[in-house]
Design a protein around this ligand. Structure first.
Ligand code: FAD
Length: 380
């Protein structure tokens, strides 16, 4: 297959952007569409093609859907041995195919599977991977524009980001993927490049990138490539005996249009506060979220947590009840379309980003909000 002479340092040989598209029991996961949409911009900035990388058994039906969100084509690897995800099988195939086709960038969702698979492939391919990215850029002016809005760097420092020192030498970063992620507990953001090896690899947080509208014409034009790869039972050191789905239904914060989150403000009546938040969420057809305090205290299960170490969400409406607005919480919800904050403290930082701020006791304000929503619904 011509992969013997593979050398990840010959960066000029690498081209195109790939997105690993995760499917479970044949169902494409939401992160695929978010990543394809974002990677379209990156491929355009690099002047190359964008391919979805799809592995599984009888999964070709998903190809058009992936192309409809912006992929030029799909690299499809099918085998009965790829029916269920295994680190061994998926790594073997991806490494084989990357060595043959040499993409310049490979992105994974930072899901359980992506976090397992991405670093393993990067190590085998002798390249770098930046984990848990929240922002990606290629073109320097676009990246600098992002820094102007998102950082506290002085203009001259931003202007200097067109190059980096690599092995003691100035390096032009105009063709490098700039991978930005929270660092030091979210107190600062770090941008990382992989200047000496390809592909540049990243895992990207689910829910951060926005899904583009579906385009049927693009879906119909999908190019499907079926590369050669070798995979036999001998490549597996593990065996899947059974796949069991967790019986517990987790809260789908990422897909929700309306989120009502509660914070330590419910402390004086935890059960009552959760009930009020849930009731308001139910009236809106949304879901209940929470700050880390509510999860660490055992008041809510971890799937409810919004923020840097929880989920990143951008619902149509986010209602924060008794949440102060620490940067780690804001990092997960500040891109919500409309933010309503209820807090007894008029100086709470959450009010700085709220579209509507209500200074008051959540136990008094929330029943009024529920009443209002019910009245509006009844009037329709
Ligand atoms: C590395 C790291 C990662 C983190 N990740 C996350 C994360 O993912 N998500 C997250 O949320 N946090 C995270 N945190 C924690 C974060 O720093 C804050 O501690 C946390 O968000 C505070 O939660 P809170 O707003 O519920 O509580 P508090 O900060 O204690 O705020 C409670 C608020 O409720 C108000 N209040 C009190 N009573 C009432 C009432 N009756 N009615 C209305 N308002 C009332 C108070 O005025 C106050 O503003 C992280 C911290 C670190 C160091």
């Amino acid at each position: 297959m011509g992969i013997e002479n593979y050398d990840s340092s010959k960066i000029e040989q690498f081209k195109d952007v790939w997105v690993f598209c995760e499917q479970r029991q044949g169902v494409l996961q939401p992160t695929c569409f978010e990543l394809i949409s974002e990677a379209r911009r990156l491929a355009d900035e690099l002047g190359c093609k964008l391919y979805a990388l799809l592995l599984g058994d009888n999964v070709a039906d998903g190809c058009k859907e992936l192309a409809g969100y912006g992929a030029d084509g799909v690299i499809l690897c099918e085998s009965p041995l790829l029916k269920n995800y295994t680190t061994d099988g998926y790594t073997k195939v991806i490494v084989d195919v990357v060595k043959q086709m040499k993409p310049e960038v490979v992105l994974f969702g930072a899901t359980y599977i992506g976090r397992d698979l991405g670093p393993r492939c990067a190590a085998r391919l002798h390249t770098g991977l930046c984990a848990d990215c929240t922002h990606l850029d290629v073109e320097v002016p676009v990246y600098q524009h992002f820094l102007e809005g998102a950082s506290t760097l002085a203009p001259e420092r931003i202007a200097g980001t067109d190059h980096a020192m690599v092995m003691g030498q100035p390096h032009d970063v105009s063709h490098d993927l700039k991978m930005t992620r929270p660092a030091f507990g979210g107190h600062l953001m770090a941008t990382i490049i992989c200047p000496r090896f390809r592909p540049a690899m990243a895992t990207v947080r689910p829910g951060v990138m926005k899904k583009a509208p579906f385009d049927q014409a693009k879906a119909d034009a999908a190019e499907i490539i079926r590369p050669e790869f070798s995979l036999t039972e001998a490549d597996f050191e593990t065996e899947i005996l059974a796949v069991e789905k967790a019986a517990k239904k987790l809260v789908d914060l990422i897909g929700a249009d309306y989120i009502v989150s509660v914070g330590r403000g419910i402390a004086k009546d935890i059960e009552g506060g959760i009930k009020l938040g849930q009731e308001l969420a139910d009236e809106l057809g949304g879901v209940l979220g929470g700050s880390r305090v509510t999860v660490d205290s055992g008041w809510l299960s971890p799937d409810h947590q919004v923020g840097q170490t929880g989920k990143t969400v951008h619902p149509k409406v986010y209602i924060a009840l008794g949440i102060s607005g620490a940067i780690q919480h804001k990092a997960g919800m500040q891109d919500s379309e409309y933010i309503v904050a209820v807090n007894i403290n008029p100086a709470a930082p959450m009010f700085e980003i709220a579209d509507i701020g209500i200074v008051g006791d959540l136990f008094k304000v929330t029943p009024l909000l529920i009443e209002q929503v019910r009245a509006i619904k009844a009037a329709k």
